[in-house]
Design a protein around this ligand. Structure first.
Ligand SMILES: [Zn+2]
Ligand SMILES: [Zn+2]
Length: 341
């Protein structure tokens, strides 16, 4: 079968590799129909993703159609449309024992630490396979994973009905977190430096947007919250100063959700955390969030079709990568379609 392999930084190839087979009784074999390209795939391609090792079959956002199942598999059958959770965990470390397997001490993400889903076929254990209950557009099956990042952010930030939420940054993760927050009944104000991104965010459901290069964010937040200050801040900008700002902006008893993976320190004043008794939490990958996203796709509250900027055949991976690198402001999500041509 064909697969997309990054052999070393800046070198990507369509390779022939053996088609995976059912090895264990709970294995499921999936014919991949679509995958989403993520910032971290770009990081593997250009050598800036410190977690990746080479050579690597990339792709952690992918879904498709079940073509074979192991003898113990009961939740899916041949022909079902599914999305595949790329998070693989050990099941017995502290994090796994307390139900937080997405931060397993020996965590492996398909497409990063081990081979991924930009391939014609993939096998994964039944517990990583999540069923669509309705017939769903094949080109969107690969877009569940980015929305699971949004669900995890919402869970970690305890975002619920009536909450007012600031999402800093209107890229794909910001947009996914926003649609999930809206689905949860929250009101969302979003920021960006690019006007077109904010227009897009508003068209996808953001209640208000702030062009931070032109407007005073604090004033807008005071207006948005009737002078109380913002109780939940999600930082998807992920630079040292944005984290500092998130902590500053959160109101007393507020929550701050951090998703950055950069190693540079931020200067945070402890008094700010103590005096306001802030809850500052990290949010990584997803902790069994796939079924919630599929429910959102199926009830129409989450809209993957709006996230997809453009679709390419997987053999045009170079063209897709070039598009993302040359027009980062115009792209939310590029989809790869795995079909013959
Ligand atoms: Zn991703
Ligand atoms: Zn573990």
């Amino acid at each position: 079968m064909k697969a997309i392999k990054v052999t070393e930084p800046f070198k990507v190839e369509i390779v022939d590799v053996p088609k995976p087979t059912i090895q264990k009784k709970d294995d499921v074999l999936v014919r991949i129909t679509s995958g989403g390209i993520c910032g971290s795939d770009i990081g593997i391609y250009n050598g800036t993703n410190s977690l990746a090792t080479y050579p690597r079959l990339i792709g952690h956002e992918f879904g498709g159609i079940v073509t074979e199942i192991g003898e113990n598999v009961t939740s899916v059958k041949v022909g079902d449309k599914v999305a595949v959770d790329p998070v693989r965990s050990c099941g017995h470390c502290y994090a796994c024992r307390i139900g937080r397997h997405n931060v397993c001490s020996s965590l492996e993400v398909m497409g990063v630490h081990r081979d991924g889903g930009f391939a014609e076929y993939v096998t994964a254990p039944e517990s990583n396979i999540h069923l669509f209950h309705k017939d769903f557009d094949e080109s969107l099956l690969g877009l569940v994973e980015p929305f699971t990042i949004g669900v995890e952010i919402n869970r970690r930030g305890q975002i619920s009905k009536g909450d007012k939420v600031l999402i800093m940054g209107s890229g794909p993760i910001g947009i996914c977190a926003m649609q999930v927050a809206k689905r949860n009944g929250a009101q969302v104000i979003m920021t960006d430096l690019v006007k077109e991104r904010l227009e897009k965010a508003e068209s996808m459901g953001a209640d208000e947007t702030v062009l931070v290069s032109n407007e005073n964010l604090e004033e807008r937040l005071m207006k948005f919250t009737d002078g109380e200050g913002i109780p939940v801040v999600v930082d998807t900008v992920c630079i040292p100063s944005s984290f500092e700002q998130a902590v500053q902006l959160a109101c007393p008893a507020g929550r701050v959700v951090c998703i950055g993976l950069k190693n540079q320190p931020s200067q945070i004043t402890m008094a700010e955390i103590t005096k306001k008794e802030l809850t500052i939490v990290g949010s990584r990958l997803n902790n069994n969030c796939f079924d919630e996203v599929i429910a959102g796709f199926e009830d129409g509250t989450l809209k993957p079709e709006q996230l997809m900027t453009k679709a390419y055949n997987y053999k045009d991976i170079m063209e897709a990568l070039t598009m993302i690198q040359e027009h980062p402001q115009d792209v939310l999500k590029i989809v790869l379609k795995f079909e013959d041509r």
